[in-house]
Design a protein around this ligand. Structure first.
Ligand SMILES: [Zn+2]
Length: 230
């Protein structure tokens, strides 16, 4: 079944062409740090205005496609409808866009949901994506490495700065995972990169616990017009 239309597809994990024809896949040239797409080649290591103004806590972030009208239905169907049949295809796309993030990685770390939200959504899509990516790459998943240190108010309607404040210190590394985090190269996995505040808070916790490198890999990414003043 296609997660978008419910139509039968030719093989498990394959989406029929119509449901992804409108997706805007992400590829270089992009910001070397956050993966913001550039309209033209800007040279190796070029970074966007936002990252130049404030270096992110993660080493780099990559996403498979732009979060827009075309991808929203696909992702909402996955998030809220419990449709997990697209996972293998999602993982292939993430592995392609995230090759640099996955290069030399030791483990995948899904972004944990607050328990109340986990209950409401019935399942944790970041963990499902991480498991699908594990099948694709052979990397282990550190499902319980991170935990929410405190509940965080909804991020909806908050700008980037407010989101950072909202999320600061929101995550900690669980004691049993610390020996595996220390010195490791890790890849955070989530469904949507919005402002990156959640991924930054997770990266901060992992680095504090001694992680050598923390990359972030998401299925989709919000791409707003560049405003050098914000
Ligand atoms: Zn950037």
């Amino acid at each position: 079944m296609s997660p978008l239309t419910g139509a039968a597809v030719d093989a498990p994990g394959r989406l029929e062409a119509d449901s992804w024809a409108g997706l805007h896949f992400l590829d270089a040239p992009w910001c070397a740090l956050c993966g913001f797409p550039f309209p033209y080649p800007a040279g190796d290591g070029a970074v966007c205005g936002a990252c130049a103004a404030r270096q992110p806590r993660y080493d780099l972030a990559r996403a498979a496609f732009v979060y827009d009208e075309a991808s929203r239905a696909l992702i909402l169907g996955f998030k809220h409808g419990g449709r997990v049949d697209a996972l293998a295809q999602f993982a292939r796309w993430m592995a392609r866009s995230g090759a640099e993030a996955l290069d030399g990685a030791d483990a995948l770390v899904p972004v944990p949901l607050h328990p109340v939200r986990l209950f409401r959504r019935r399942f944790n899509q970041s963990a499902l994506l991480a498991q699908a990516l594990a099948k694709q790459t052979g990397l282990p998943v550190e499902t319980d490495a991170l935990r929410r240190a405190r509940p965080t108010p909804s991020q909806a309607g908050l700008n980037a700065r407010a989101r950072r404040r909202n999320m600061a210190g929101a995550f900690t590394v669980r004691e049993p995972a610390k020996p595996r985090v220390k010195g490791a190269s890790l890849v955070l996995v989530d469904d949507v990169f919005t402002t990156g505040a959640t991924l930054q808070a997770c990266a901060r916790a992992l680095k504090r616990a001694g992680a050598r490198r923390v990359a972030a890999l998401t299925l989709a990414r919000v791409v707003r017009p560049v405003n050098p003043l914000t």
